[in-house]
Design a protein around this ligand. Structure first.
Ligand code: SF4
Length: 180
């Protein structure tokens, strides 16, 4: 699938990218994280969450006992939108086939959508209507035997560090549940 994504031109975002950014991580992950879209650094490195947001995310995962080999990280769209805009719904819909395939192939125990855009992309698959992410961080949902833990996008935590405690708490809860 990654080969197909790297040469994909199914939506207009392909015109702006340097590199399509495929998902990255364990091939049998317990935890599947979904971000919004690649940013400038990811577009250059081809690695999801390789910028400032990624640093905060990895630090939080590490400090709450979630090691890299347990996770897989991907984005709702695999190509960088111009000027770091939020990806339009039409692009989310077109790129959603890749996200759906990643979930079907990897069969994670837990899915963590990071931010509202990721939650929307997940909704296109689960067909479940969730409330705004800020209202449901800290809650968990079941879908097809998978636990869904909505989470802030790390960029939103960087904008307001008061969210960090709640952000860490979600990952601590995931660790606790996966231990049982
Ligand atoms: S964003 Fe997704 S659908 Fe659009 S060109 Fe990139 S890989 Fe293809």
């Amino acid at each position: 699938m990654n080969r197909i994504i790297r040469s994909c031109s199914n939506c207009a975002l392909y015109e702006h990218r340097k590199n399509a950014v495929c998902g990255n991580g364990s091939i049998s992950p317990e935890i599947f994280l979904i971000g919004e879209a690649p940013g400038k650094i990811e577009d250059e490195s081809s690695i999801p969450f390789s910028g400032r947001s990624g640093n905060l995310l990895r630090k939080s995962l590490d400090s709450t006992g979630i090691s890299e080999h347990r996770i897989y990280i991907t984005n709702s769209v695999k190509c960088r939108p111009p000027n770091n805009e939020k990806p339009k719904m039409e692009y989310l819909k077109i790129c959603n086939e890749y996200l759906k395939s990643e979930i079907e192939l990897l069969k994670p125990k837990v899915i963590i959508p990071l931010g509202n855009t990721s939650l929307t992309a997940l909704t296109l698959i689960t067909k479940v209507k969730y409330r705004n992410i800020s209202k449901i961080v800290g809650e968990k949902f079941q879908w097809n035997g998978i636990l869904i833990f909505p989470q802030f996008h790390p960029a939103a935590v960087l904008r307001d560090m008061k969210r960090l405690e709640k952000f860490d708490k979600v990952f601590l809860e995931v660790t606790k549940i996966l231990k049982n």
